[in-house]
Structures are given as C-alpha cells and as structure tokens.
Design a protein around this ligand. Structure first.
Ligand code: HGY
Ligand code: MN
Ligand code: MN
Length: 595
C-alpha cells in the first residue's frame, strides 16, 4: 500500500503512520533528516505517535539521546550551503536553497558565502547549518543567511554544535510539514503580526533598525492604535484603551453573566529588545478569538485580553504599572516620577490623552474572573535545549530592583596617590564582583547590574560618583531577601572601608508568584492533548502574571525561543510552528472551562 501522502495534497493521517509497517514508514520519513534514516528508525520505537508535534519531538529527542559521534555524523551529512545548484543535493535541500533565493545570490554574495563557509568549516570542523526557510518557514534572504553565518562564527564550539542540531530539527520540521501537507497557520500570520508591530520604535533606535518602545512615546501610542485595530479586526465584542494605556479586548461568553478568563501581556519593550517579549502573549489570544469568531463559536467562559501598556520599567522607575492598575496597586506618587528628560508620568499621560483620575476605575473585581493566564516566550535556553515547543511555568521568581549612588571624591588622575583616593568606580567594582559571587552561591539566584554610569566623568579624573542599578531575583522571597541583605551589607562594608558614601533606593519589590495548581494543571492537560511531554519550570523573568497573582489565580505557558532562547536582545525569536502550538494550547485551555 503506497503511502497516501506521497501525494502531498493527500491529508496526513497519524493512523497510517502508526499502523503501517516500518519499511513503508521509513520510506515516507526518508529525507526528513538528511542522509540519516537512523533518526527515523530510532523514533519508530516510540509509536504510536500522538500528533505531528509529538512525531517531531520524538525525532529530535532520538537525536538528543544518540551519542556525540552520531550527532556529529548527522551534522556532517548536510551539504555546504551553495549559491548555485550543485550535484548530490537532495531534493529537499534543493527546494530549500531555491526558496531562500540562494541561487539568485549576487556574485559578491556567492563569494562571501564560499569564504565564510570555508572559515566556518576550519573553525568548527563541520558545515554551517541553517534552516534557510527561517522561523516563518517561507525562506530567508541570502543577506540574512550571510549575516547569521558571520554572527555564528563567533560562537563557542559547544554552542554552535547545539545550534546546528536545532537548525537540523527546524529543517526536519518544515520537511515534515511539506510531507503532511500542513502549514502552521494561523501561527505564521501571528508571526507576521510581531514583525508588523515592531515597525514602531522610539527615536534613537528606529533609525538603527532597533526595537525600543517605552511607555507613552509616539511609537508606544502607535502600537496601541495598531492593537486596537487588530483586536477589532479579530472580532472582539468590545475594544477600548484604558486610563493607563492598556488596550483591552473582550470576547463575550455564550451565556451573558458568565465569568471571563483574563489573559494578556505587555507591548512595551526594553531598549533594543526582541519582538516577542510580551507581544506574543497579546497576539496568541487575539488569534484565538479570531478563530472562534470565524467559527461563530462562543465559549462558556468569556475571554478578556489586556495588552499591558507598561511592564519593563524603562521610562519611569515604576514597573508593572499597567497590570498594577488592574490589581488596584497603582500608586498615585508614581505620577510624579520623572523620565530622563524631566517629563513626569502625569504629563506624559496628559500628552497621550490619558486621564490619571480614571485610573482607579481600571481595578478589576476578581469575582468576575476565573483566573489569569499568560502566554510568554521563555526568554531562556531550557525549552530550546530540550527540543520542546511549550513549557509549563511552576512559579515566577521574586525580584528586587534598586538604584544606587556610590559617592567618593573626584580628584586628579595624575596627582592623586592610590592610597589617598576615594574612587567610586573602584568601590563599585569590588562590590559588584561580590554580588555576582553571592548570587552564584545560591545556584538559582541571579544578581544583575544592568545600568552603570559615571555622571560628568572625565578620562583624567578619579570618579567621585558612580550610579548603577541592581536587579536581584530568586525562586523564593526568603532566598531573595537573604541575598539582598548580604549584597547590600557588602556595599556598606566596601564604602566604609574606602571612606565613601552610598545611597540606595528600592524601586521594585515583586513577590515570587507560584502558579495556581488548578490553572497549571489545565495548561498541562492542553500540552498533553497536543501530544507533547509536559515540562515544568520556574520563570526567571518577571511577568504581568506576578501582579495579577495578587488578586487572581494565575498560571503561565512558555513558548520556546530560538537562538538558544536569548531575549531582551534583537536575536529573540520563535517560529510560526511554535506560535501555532501556543494558539492551539490556549484554545484548548479556553474550551476546558465549564461555567
Ligand atoms: O525583567 C523582567 O524579567 C521582565 O522582562 N520585565
Ligand atoms: Mn521583558
Ligand atoms: Mn515580558
């Protein structure tokens, strides 16, 4: 019996895959992993496959379980990327390289590709591998491929080995999609929505093609308007902007008066940040509502999606201010905070047409909701290293943030003897190394000085003032506080020993937020229903969910990041396929509420 899917127009059936003898299935899977049928053979032992997502994970995990030599052989089985059709290329590779426009590369690009390939091979001992169809699945440009090749030349051999395997699994994923005649939609459209919203960026970043959207800037307001239009286009029953700039969409339940599930995430970004942090948790539920509207379907629970206007704390010291408004924790004194240009939050709101007097009315009545769920890109390497598209968050780490001034005496760099200096930077350096060591000692705590400067510093002046930030996080508040106590005590000791002064302002105190067991189990059930293994993990990053935690049960779903999960960085990325799975998971979760 010939595989029904050799004609890719035929619908893929799991039943065929699970019921047919090995030889035929292997014939069908041949080519998914380049010249490496052993991967499919290893995967067959894990039948029955529960879904296409499960098949993809089993194949990837079969490679993960293989030894280093077999993995290296798999990498080496791939052809060098070429800017022209070369003999020996598999049909799949030819299709992919053609799709990427590699064969239309300019002569200069071809030469550069050959040179970089050669350098890469000499550096690592295996060919450069990239899924040329890219995270969207429609193909990278030759220029993008060359940029990636140049960037990855700087990686460590171990990171590059892992990245090549990830790229091979991504190649296999798109090949399997082709074989099954499936497309990750609407995941691909949602991927496009992220690119679209990233067009808006603040001055000083936009010109460099970097993404930075701080609270209530022109770019931020353009994002808000785009989200309003997007939610309306998806078919929400109500769409409005509230007094702190949150964009809210509500999709009513089948029965008037039934409760809502609250979901959402933030649309502001860090400076030169990624396109998916926050926004993914807005677009995924928007796509869910659009799917429901297209089917004319109402669920037992309503869905309220909040695009939070501010979470990152970039423009003002206050952070999570938007979700704080929903929980009734917005502090009036925040309105007097000034940004770097001396513009108060109150003034920024006035300029944006927002009325702070309306902020108290934003507070939500918890009795109207079943809970808060947030879908968020992982912002870390775990899911990427496990070849898992989705992860279940067990708890969000507690965090503390401070702004610190270390004050010594500015003096002549040439005439001030070393033993008579009151050097603010030297004091900072001694303290910062301790802070790193103290956090590392816990094993799962983190301490970060993300901002550091010497106001009015000069090259030939001993620094009299050093200004920095401090971000401390740990899975449990007691652990976080013990670390903070030690690190701040050390600051005092260092300053006293060196005869310096110090000032410290706590700007954020966010308690650790364990997931609600019931909501977490619902996420786990959706991931199981999708056919994937359940991986539970803490969140090192803070999220709006930790604020909603104060008034509602909450739980989060993580989506795998590409480029080893890097985040708060323009390399932050996820794929159309993983977005598709996140949409599927949220729809399943929403259907699970009987109320
Ligand atoms: O810092 C955080 O963890 C979040 O991205 N605001
Ligand atoms: Mn962030
Ligand atoms: Mn975020």
């Amino acid at each position: 019996m010939t595989p029904p899917h050799t004609d890719t127009r035929a619908p893929f059936t799991l039943e065929w895959l699970n019921r047919t003898d090995d030889a035929l299935v292997l014939q069908w899977l041949d080519g998914v992993y380049e010249h490496s049928l052993w991967v499919a053979q290893a995967a067959l032992a894990h039948r029955p496959f529960r879904s296409l997502a499960h098949l993809k994970w089993v194949l990837a995990d079969s490679v993960a379980q293989a030894g280093h030599e077999q993995q290296l052989a798999l990498i080496k089985a791939h052809p060098m990327l070429a800017a022209k059709p070369v003999s020996g290329l598999t049909t799949e590779s030819q299709t992919e390289q053609r799709l990427a426009g590699l064969w239309q590369a300019t002569a200069a690009q071809s030469r550069q590709l050959q040179d970089l390939n050669r350098t890469y091979l000499q550096s690592f001992g295996w060919p450069f591998i990239i899924a040329v169809r890219g995270p969207r699945g429609l193909g990278l440009t030759p220029q993008a491929i060359l940029q990636e090749l140049e960037r990855r030349l700087e990686a460590s051999p171990s990171d590059e080995f892992a990245e090549c395997l990830r790229q091979i699994h991504r190649i296999a994923e798109t090949r399997l999609n082709d074989k099954c005649g499936t497309r990750p939609e609407p995941g691909g459209e949602v991927w496009d929505w992220h690119q679209w919203l990233a067009r808006f960026s603040d001055p000083g970043f936009a010109e460099k093609g970097e993404l930075s959207v701080s609270y209530l800037t022109a770019a931020h307001q353009a994002c808000a308007q785009t989200l309003v239009l997007g939610m309306r286009a998806c078919g929400f029953d109500e769409v409005f902007v509230d007094a702190v700039g949150n964009v809210v969409g509500r999709y009513h339940p089948a029965r008037p008066g039934a409760k809502y599930v609250l979901t959402g995430s933030h649309y502001d970004t860090v400076r030169n940040g990624g396109k998916y942090d926050g926004r993914l948790g807005i677009f995924v539920p928007m796509a869910c509502v659009r799917e429901l509207v297209r089917k004319g379907k109402r669920l037992q629970a309503g869905l309220e999606v909040v695009a939070f206007a501010e979470e990152e704390g970039q423009r003002y010291k206050a952070t999570f201010l938007a979700s704080s408004a929903l929980t009734g924790e917005f502090r009036q004194e925040w309105l007097d905070q000034l940004d770097a240009d001396g513009v108060s939050m109150h003034e920024a709101m006035r300029r944006a047409g927002l009325n702070p007097a309306d902020i108290p009315a934003i507070q939500r009545d918890p009795s109207h909701y079943l809970g808060f769920v947030e879908v968020h890109i992982e912002q870390g390497p775990v899911l990427n290293s496990l070849n898992l598209p989705l992860g279940i968050v067990t708890s969000i780490n507690g965090s503390l943030r401070y702004l610190i001034d270390i004050t010594g005496t500015a003096s002549h760099a040439g005439t001030s003897p070393m033993h008579q200096r009151r050097d603010a930077v030297a004091a900072f350096a001694e303290w910062a190394v301790y802070a790193e060591e103290r956090a590392r000692a816990d094993g799962n705590s983190v301490a970060t000085v993300g901002m550091l400067n010497v106001p009015q510093g000069s090259i030939n002046v001993v620094p009299g003032l050093c200004r920095c930030s401090l971000d401390l996080r740990a899975p449990f508040d007691a652990q976080r506080d013990a670390m903070a106590q030690d690190i701040l005590k050390k600051l005092q000791t260092v300053c006293e020993q060196r005869g310096l002064q110090w000032q410290i302002e706590e700007t954020v105190r966010a308690a650790a937020a364990p997931s609600d067991p019931g909501l977490q189990q619902r996420w786990e059930k959706t991931v199981t229903e999708i056919g994937l293994p359940v991986h539970r993990m803490p969140s090192g990053a803070g999220h709006d969910a930790m604020k909603l935690h104060n008034i509602l049960p909450q739980a989060m779903l993580f989506v795998r990041g590409e480029n080893q999960g890097i985040s708060h960085n323009p390399l932050e990325c996820t794929t159309a396929d993983d977005l598709q799975l996140a949409i599927h998971a949220l729809l399943l979760l929403m259907h699970s509420f009987i109320c």
